[in-house]
Design a protein around this ligand. Structure first.
Ligand code: NAD
Ligand code: 6OD
Length: 508
């Protein structure tokens, strides 16, 4: 396999990473106007599973953002702006095929950046990269235009129709938890609609955006269409991108608080925003559920990706007759998770993204105890073998016994933890689930079909799963209610954000 330009037999150990530094220049450069470019300032990229230094990231500032936005603007006025839809679709298919051809490299890159197990990357996250390009290529091929024939006093008539045009330069700001999936989820529609993009990947996960630049270049996406500038958020590449006057719209996935800052910057130029933000999602388990399926589903939704999934379940409500049995069964599942190096066979549980994030999650673990929680399992840091001891490891954790006012029941933690509370009535659990500032997702477990429809319709969230979780046709609308987001992306719904409608009326 290739490890940032060097051929290696398997994912390198911490010592091998250090040795590889002698021969590999592991640098994450910006990609601007079809070229990899450097900055004077650089910062470290470390692997969360063992804190090994993976490489140095070039830190972009106002100059790099300006160069990237200008390149994107030129691309819009060049061959890309004039390209037919069918040619664009062909190119996006080539991007998808090249991602598939280089699948292992994307898996390696994401495993290194996030520390999450190979199986999670191979089955859940990386395949979505290619799918995100293909789905929106297909959508754009089949978009109808609206048209009306008008009667006019002279009898000649007029034709009034709507035409969709790209918005222009789209700023794409990404988080670290599923970097490639979430970035391509925005790039697919942005490029299918004919825009040019400037991507600001998370400072924690630069690799797959950089690798994708090679793919874009190699399949012939014109220079300036896909630009990447690395850096941080406030007073760095992220903020400069949101403030650049030639950025027409900003699509952002990340924390709700960051969304507020970005919206303020976007307001300056009346720029449109599309936001996928935080969540404090409820899992609802009725006594009539398929018990084993519910345990498996809640286990995944609470602990996949070390709990760093915006759609994850941090609040679980279980109907009283099965409450004790459920808590014990979920405890057994959590304790059976196998933390380990991302590519070690049998690893089912990865670390948090960074030491800093672990401090935050551990502070909630302490707060839960202060607020009187019963710690069913976990609550601390696991003992790891020496080679992984420097990683950001944390135990999957389950609490019971807290009031709904407790911080760990109200605030998004973004770690592998959940609080479980019993309920007695359907109306009671609907009220509990809705008692939050967030509104991203819910997962409901029941075999009663009428109840499934009734409860699903009453929960104030963007997406509700019944007897499943993280399962979705990419043509359906995706987004959050309340403080979990603004707008919907997915299928034709993405066109609302990535295109502008022009009204043309022709007198015949
Ligand atoms: P974050 O908000 O800290 O950072 C996200 C990105 O924004 C990073 O690239 C960062 O550099 C940039 N940024 C930070 N401040 C900025 C500013 N002032 N201006 C411009 N850019 C700025 O989020 P994170 O910690 O990377 O990701 C975790 C969060 O993302 C969680 O809250 C999670 O719920 C949310 N998330 C939501 C969804 C969804 O679909 N709703 C999906 C994934 C993650
Ligand atoms: O599936 C998606 O398209 C999506 N945006 C998932 C979000 C995952 C959050 O961590």
């Amino acid at each position: 396999m290739r490890f940032y330009g060097c051929w290696v037999r398997s994912l390198p150990s911490r010592e091998q990473v250090l040795a590889l530094h002698m021969v590999c220049i592991m640098e994450y450069k910006h990609f601007i106007d079809g070229e990899f470019v450097t900055s004077h300032n650089r910062f470290e990229n470390r692997r969360p599973s063992d804190n090994a230094l993976l490489g140095m990231i070039h830190e972009g500032g106002a100059a790099e953002i300006d160069a990237a936005v200008r390149a994107a603007k030129r691309a819009m006025n060049g061959p890309w702006g004039k390209m037919t839809v069918s040619k664009r679709v062909e190119l996006l298919y080539k991007v998808a095929d090249e991602i598939t051809r280089r699948f292992d490299e994307f898996v390696e890159a994401e495993m290194n950046d996030t520390g999450q197990p190979r199986s999670v990357q191979e089955h859940a996250f990386i395949p979505r990269g290619a799918a995100n390009f293909k789905v929106f290529a297909d959508v754009i091929k089949n978009v109808p235009t609206e048209s009306f024939e008008l009667e006019t006093p002279d009898g000649a008539g007029a034709l009034n129709y709507a035409k969709r045009v790209p918005k222009g330069v789209i700023g794409v700001i990404c988080p670290w938890n599923a970097p490639f999936l979430l970035m391509t989820w925005k790039l697919g529609p942005a490029l299918a609609c004919g825009n040019a993009v400037v991507v600001k990947p998370s400072e924690e996960t630069p690799a797959t955006a950089t690798l994708l630049a090679e793919v874009m270049r190699d399949v012939g996406v014109p220079a300036g269409v896909y630009n990447v500038v690395h850096g941080f958020g406030p007073d760095s590449a992220g903020e400069f991108l949101t403030r650049h006057p030639d950025v027409s719209a900003i699509t952002f996935t990340g924390e709700t608080r960051t969304g507020t800052a970005i919206m303020q910057a976007a307001a300056l130029g009346m720029r449109d925003v599309s936001f996928e933000l935080g969540g404090k999602n409820a899992g609802i388990v009725f006594a009539d559920c398929d018990f084993d399926a519910a345990i498996e589903g809640i286990m995944r939704s609470a602990f996949l990706n070390c709990g760093q999934v915006c759609l994850g379940t941090e609040r679980v409500y279980v109907e009283r007759p099965i409450f004790d049995r459920f808590v014990q069964a979920l405890k057994a599942k959590a304790e059976a998770l196998n933390p380990g190096a991302p590519d070690a066979p049998g690893t089912t549980f990865g670390p948090l993204i960074s030491q800093e994030h672990r401090e935050k999650v551990l502070s909630y673990y302490a707060k839960a105890v202060e607020e009187g929680a019963t710690v069913v399992t976990g609550g601390g840091v696991p003992q790891m073998p020496d080679e992984l001891a420097q990683g950001a490891w944390i135990q999957p954790t389950i609490w019971t016994g807290l009031p709904e006012s407790a911080a760990v029941v109200r605030e998004e933690i973004f770690g592998p933890c959940c609080h479980i509370r019993p309920f007695d009535r359907e109306d009671e659990v609907i009220e509990l689930a809705n008692d939050t500032d967030y509104g991203l997702s819910t997962t409901i477990w029941t075999t009663n079909l009428s109840r499934a429809h009734r409860v699903a319709g009453a929960i104030e969230v963007g997406i509700t799963w019944v007897n499943s979780w993280f399962l979705r046709d990419l043509r359906t609308p995706f987004g959050g209610s309340k403080q979990s987001g603004i707008g919907r992306e997915g299928g034709v719904h993405s066109l609302e954000f990535y295109t502008e409608l022009r009204n043309i009326c022709i007198k015949l």
